[in-house]
Design a protein around this ligand. Structure first.
Ligand code: GRF
Length: 197
């Protein structure tokens, strides 16, 4: 039976596309059962639909302020209904609480554009440059209900070079994201995550 994977996005979905491309190219035994965005305008939704993958939108704003737990529970319900065994966060710009993380504990992963535990949260590249770092990179980690704080599964490094700004650094890191994330998702699908550590 193919492993069922749901991907959550909020934007252009280039990491999602890299995962879908690798799965096709390499013939993974996987069923991408749902691509869901919290924003109807996310460009990645169309990319997924064009490949025949079911898509859905769950707008966090429709739950009202202070109701994060209701959004989390509704999200968990959608993904459970789709039969998701793994949840892959790919540029999904919401922090998930225990109503979501609980039902999928140990089966949610995220990619973050820094060498965690450094630079959790937003504006990672700006902060790495301001701190005078000489290397940056990306991290795939399991998600718990802390911000970018779950166990690290894999990392890739890039150098920071003279003249870098946040955009040039983000572009260099993104190339590594597109290489690293598919490899880790494949390992999860094939039950080989332990080999990465
Ligand atoms: C990536 O840099 C990812 O690391 C971060 O958000 C960005 C998403 O880009 N979490 P995309 O939507 O995958 O193109």
């Amino acid at each position: 039976m193919p492993t069922k994977v749901a991907i959550l996005i909020s934007g252009r979905g280039s990491n999602m596309a890299a995962i879908l491309d690798a799965a096709d190219r390499e013939g993974w035994d996987v069923d991408f059962c749902l691509v869901l965005s919290n924003k109807a305008s996310a460009g990645g939704l169309q990319l997924a639909a064009d490949r025949g993958i079911p898509t859905d939108v769950l707008d966090h704003r429709s739950f009202g302020r202070g109701n994060r737990h209701l959004f989390d529970a509704a999200l968990a319900e959608r993904l459970q209904a789709a039969g998701a065994e793994w949840v892959v966060l790919a540029g999904f710009m919401r922090i998930l609480g225990s109503n979501f993380v609980g039902p999928f504990a140990g089966r949610i992963m995220n990619i973050h554009p820094s060498l965690l535990p450094k630079y959790q949260g937003l504006h990672t590249h700006e902060r790495a440059l301001a701190a005078g770092e000489i290397r940056a990179g990306c991290t795939v980690h399991l998600v718990d209900d802390s911000l970018d704080g779950g166990p690290v599964l894999a990392q890739a490094e890039v150098p920071i070079v003279e003249g870098d700004d946040a955009d040039s650094l983000a572009a260099r890191v993104l190339i590594e994201e597109h290489r690293l994330y598919p490899a880790v998702v494949r390992a999860a699908v094939e039950g080989r995550l332990g080999e990465l550590r």
